[in-house]
Ligand binder design. Structure first.
Ligand code: 13P
Length: 239
């Protein structure tokens, strides 16, 4: 099971203390059964990766520029630089970045350059509420997958995160049967891939979410910023 903490645009050097409890907690887990990944903002990747160096917890980035060469791109960071800073994973295609204008084509370029840099990809897909209401969910997900993974022949290092846009930060989650159905659909499209669920995962609804037996883990936003909540979610998953 994967537990991925997406800190989004939250956190500063003081927040690194949040990792202490999780580091102690993680010692209890066998690495082959549970994978913990912290995705802090880019400013903290290097510090977090140093802090987690002798642990089984990995570090991920939250986005990158699509280019691989160094270049005159003010304010941008490429996947190679993130790898260099200590990231092993990268979240790409997050709906918060899609809403800022990233399309499937750009996300595809980012995925391909990140693979070249040696990062593992957490590729986010998901439908908006209006797409869901029009019963277009599978059509949208299909398009995101086909275009996002175009010319990606080796999908071994791609983990897909199904994050319905309307579930992110809203406290709402789909019905368990809906998640099961969508996750099966995704696994059918991308054979052999791990699929995570993300969107308002918290210490209460994890009791329902953990029962969905084709889900390989969770991508957690708000609840991951507090180590007690993050640990509680992991613990409850295995009870
Ligand atoms: P929340 O858990 O805060 O809803 O965020 C989910 C998310 O976007 C993780 O990538």
């Amino acid at each position: 099971m994967y537990f991925v903490a997406n800190w989004k645009m939250f956190g500063n050097f003081k927040s690194l203390n949040q990792l202490d409890k999780v580091m102690t907690f993680a010692k209890k887990f066998k690495k082959n059964k549970t994978k913990l990944i912290y995705c802090p903002p880019a400013t903290l990747i290097n510090a977090v990766s140093k802090k987690l160096k002798f642990t089984t917890i990995d570090v991920g980035a939250q986005n990158c520029h699509q280019g691989l060469n160094y270049g005159a791109n003010t304010g941008q960071i490429n996947s190679y630089m993130l790898k260099d800073a200590g990231a092993k994973y990268i979240i790409l295609g997050h709906s918060e970045n899609r809403q800022l204008g990233e399309d499937n084509n750009l996300i595809n370029l980012k995925i391909r350059s990140s693979i070249k840099s040696g990062l593992k990809i957490i590729f986010c897909i998901g439908e908006t509420l209006s797409q869901k209401r029009k019963k277009n969910t599978k059509k949208i997900l299909s398009k995101q997958i086909i275009q996002g993974l175009k010319n990606v022949s080796n999908k071994r290092n791609i983990i897909i995160a199904y994050e319905p846009v309307w579930a992110i930060g809203s406290g709402l989650i789909p019905k368990e049967t809906e998640i099961f159905d969508i996750v099966s659909f995704i696994k059918n499209k991308v054979k052999g891939s791990k699929v995570l669920y993300g969107g308002s995962v918290n210490t209460n609804n994890i009791n329902l979410l953990k029962k969905i037996d084709n889900v390989d883990g969770f991508l957690i936003g708000g609840a991951s910023q507090n180590s007690n909540n993050f640990i509680d979610i992991i613990k409850k998953t295995f009870i």
